[in-house]
Write a protein of this length. Structure first.
Length: 120
């Protein structure tokens, strides 16, 4: 799966909009430690880790949806991270982008895929 912020090539076949989402709860300890770090103006690693986990899950769901449509690339991505409940510690990550099947992958994309496959 290749992602790009640039527009789809004119010859590419648009496969439609794909989305992914994740709603992740935070426990009371996360809220407590976040309140402590907030008091001293520090970064909250507890919430940061939760936010990263939610984004990763949302991206995985979206990639699966793109593959189901037969796409092997996506473009015009948008990621949102919001609080899903009013102060009750639920984070929601959502992603959306357009899936595309290019006529032939560019050489740099083929090289990137080969490098990624080699790391497995």
């Amino acid at each position: 799966m290749f992602s790009s912020p640039s527009p789809v090539p004119a010859a590419g076949e648009d496969r439609g909009l794909v989305t992914g989402y994740c709603i992740l709860g935070t426990d009371p300890l996360t809220s407590f430690f976040s309140a402590v770090t907030d008091t001293f103006g520090m970064k909250s690693n507890a919430y940061l880790e939760k936010a990263r986990a939610a984004e990763k899950e949302a991206l995985s769901m979206m990639k699966l949806e793109a593959l189901k449509l037969g796409a092997d690339a996506v473009y015009c991505m948008r990621i949102n991270l919001t609080e899903a409940t009013c102060g009750n510690g639920m984070l929601m990550a959502s992603v959306s982008w357009a899936a595309v099947k290019p006529p032939a992958p560019a050489p740099e994309i083929v090289k990137a895929i080969e490098m990624l496959d080699g790391n497995r």
